[in-house]
Structure formats: structure tokens, C-alpha cells
Design a protein around this ligand. Structure first.
Ligand code: AHG
Ligand code: MN
Ligand code: MN
Length: 337
């Protein structure tokens, strides 16, 4: 395999694109890569070992925590602390931001926000799940403990973002603002290999991804958009296709490759939608924009929203640019709830 490039090699190669890069981001990626391999190994044992199911506790958002939610959280947290490039993390599974207090971490420049296991209700039924991460340079001075302000930065300030999809193969997809690159894990050698360089999402797609069980609770503009998809034929006599896995990472990944729109609108039960701005929507928004697509809350660009809370939710529309624009137009034309 003379042209094979590993994730580690590629990150170091691309580091030269950054002025004053010192290798800290590469080292941070090494932490993520390592934790992803450990979580991947564990997920692959689901069904054999006693690792599926709920633990009986809830996270701060009142959602049942699965054993693998907590396992993935611990592994990513430990890997990020160990290399000393990160001064703190925020996670779906932690009520508050976690500040690493070792001396080496106090001098670190970065904070990481993460959804350690996305789509965790799919684990027990052998359907794809993922990990989502978002990396920021801290605002507080290096050498002091991080502050809340470091974690509540708008998505436009992200230094890097990405996800791991534990699917029919395991992939890591990331951006540092110079395109989106995907690496497929080869378990026989334990290495992520470059397989998808400079990924671009088609401007148009024929897939819409939404939990249609919530249809009657959707805003009028979203209902009209879904009807539009059902009544029109984007290409060669076929109507739009509905595809919804229930793991944001998996739905996003498919739409990134094929073109499409993922929707999680506000509903009567979730007036701000369900997905979390800081560790689900912002990283996906950074990736999709880098791949030529768009991410919106229906009105505003996701990455320009100013966060006020760690676990803040936001309506989320992400995917092919023409589809997001069309959806936004429907919401403008039919503003009723
Ligand atoms: P998580 O497992 O991290 O809590 O995320 C689940 C999210 C997302 O992955 C998925 O698209 C969405 O919740 C599914 O929600 P519904 O079951 O309400 O459709
Ligand atoms: Mn999630
Ligand atoms: Mn999760």
C-alpha cells in the first residue's frame, strides 16, 4: 500500500498549514484517535459482554444513561486529560464542565466539548452509533483554571471538529477549517487510514431525515416542507426518500456522502428541539459548511448563535445547501407554530 496515509501522518502533514503550529493539536487528535479505538473495541463486543442496557441513572437532561454512554465518556475524558493538551472538557454525560487540575493541563490551550456516544439507544439493537467532538482555544489565560466562558464560545470559533462513526466500518471524519477528511479504521493493523479526502456534500439531495412520528407537533413551515418532499420528484421520476436512523452521526454521515437534509425541529415536547448546540450541532455545522453545505436553526446560521448554557438545545437543520435554503424559505412563508 505505497500511497496509504494514516490519520496520524495526515494531521502532522496538515499542521504545517497553521501558522505557529506547535504540534499540540496533533497530540490532541492522538488522544481522540486512541479513545475511539478503545470505544470501538468495546462496542464490537456488545451482545457478548454485559455492556448493553441502561445503568439506572439519568444525565442532567433527564435522559437514561446507558452503560456504553458512561464507558465512552470515561475513555475520552481520560485520553484527553492524559496528554496534557486540554485544560477541560464538557460532555453530554457530565452535569458541569470538568476542569483538569494537573499542572500540565493548566498550561493547556484547548477545551473539548463532546457527545461521547451519540444514538446510544441504538447500541442494543446493533445499529450505528457515534462520538462527536468540538475543539476550541481557551479564552482564559493559560496557566489558570478554565472558566465557563471557554466553553460558551460560538461555533465560528471552533478550531477543529469531527465525529467517529461506529458503523459497518468505523470511520473518523474531521475538519480544522481546511476541508473535511475521512479515515477508515483497519482493525487488523489498528490504524485509521485516509479513505475520503476533501469530502463535499452535493448541493442538492433527494433524502430527508426526520423523526416523522413527531409530525403533528412540528411547526407549520416544517410540515409544509415535508409535504413538498413527498409531492415532488427531485430527479428521474422518483420522489424524495425518507431515511432516519435515529443516530445523528449516522444520518449526517449518509447525507454528507449522498446529499440530503437532516431535520430536528422544535416540537411541543421539545420547544427548542432536542439536539444540543455545543456538542452536537456546532461540530456538525462546522463540518457541513466545510463540505459546502449549510446548518441552520431555521432562521440563523448555527455557528453564529451565542451559547448561554452548556446543555442548550436548538432546532437543527443541516445538509445540502439548496435543501436547507428551501426549508428556511418554507419557515419564512409559514411562520405559524
Ligand atoms: P444521544 O444518544 O447522544 O442522546 O443523541 C440522540 C439524538 C440523535 O443522535 C438522534 O438523531 C436523535 O437524538 C433521535 O431522537 P428521536 O428519538 O427523538 O428521533
Ligand atoms: Mn447525541
Ligand atoms: Mn450521547
Amino acid at each position: 500500500m505505497p500511497n496509504m496515509r494514516t490519520l496520524g501522518e495526515f494531521v502532522v502533514e496538515k499542521q504545517q498549514d497553521f501558522p505557529h503550529a506547535t504540534g499540540e493539536l496533533s497530540s490532541l487528535f492522538a488522544s481522540i484517535r486512541l479513545a475511539a479505538k478503545v470505544v470501538n473495541r468495546e462496542i464490537n463486543k456488545a451482545g457478548l459482554a454485559d455492556i448493553t442496557g441502561a445503568v439506572g441513572s439519568e444525565n442532567v437532561q433527564g435522559e437514561a444513561q446507558q452503560k456504553l454512554d458512561l464507558y465512552a465518556n470515561d475513555k475520552f475524558k481520560a485520553a484527553l486529560e492524559a496528554r496534557g493538551q486540554v485544560c477541560g472538557i464538557a460532555s453530554e454525560e457530565e452535569d458541569e464542565a470538568v476542569y483538569f487540575d494537573r499542572d500540565s493541563n493548566a498550561n493547556a490551550k484547548y477545551v473539548v466539548l463532546m457527545d461521547p456516544l451519540d444514538g446510544s439507544s441504538n447500541i442494543d439493537v446493533n445499529v450505528s452509533v457515534g462520538t462527536i467532538f468540538s475543539i476550541y482555544r481557551r479564552i482564559s489565560p493559560v496557566g489558570t483554571p478554565p472558566t465557563e466562558e471557554d466553553f460558551l464560545q460560538p461555533g465560528t470559533e471552533q478550531v477543529a471538529a469531527g465525529y467517529v462513526i461506529y458503523g459497518s466500518s468505523t470511520m473518523l471524519v474531521y475538519t480544522t477549517g481546511n476541508g473535511v477528511h475521512g479515515f477508515t479504521y483497519d482493525p487488523s493493523i489498528g490504524v485509521f487510514c485516509l479513505s475520503h479526502e476533501s469530502m463535499m456534500i452535493p448541493k442538492d439531495g433527494n433524502i430527508y431525515s426526520v423523526n416523522e412520528g413527531n409530525y403533528i407537533k412540528f411547526p407549520v413551515g416544517v410540515k409544509k416542507y415535508i409535504k413538498y418532499c413527498q409531492e415532488n420528484e427531485p430527479e428521474d421520476g422518483r420522489p424524495y426518500t425518507s431515511r432516519y436512523i435515529g443516530s445523528l452521526v449516522a444520518d449526517f454521515h449518509r447525507n454528507l456522502l449522498k446529499g440530503g437534509l437532516y431535520l430536528y425541529p422544535s416540537t411541543a415536547s421539545y420547544p427548542n428541539g432536542k439536539l444540543r448546540l455545543l456538542y452536537e450541532c456546532n461540530p456538525m455545522a462546522f463540518l457541513i459548511e466545510q463540505a459546502g453545505g449549510l446548518a441552520s436553526d431555521g432562521n440563523t446560521r448555527i455557528m453564529e448563535l451565542k451559547p448561554t448554557e452548556l446543555h442548550q438545545r436548538v432546532p437543527f437543520f443541516v445538509g445540502s445547501s439548496n435543501m436547507v435554503e428551501k426549508l428556511e424559505q418554507f419557515l419564512k412563508d409559514f411562520p405559524e407554530q
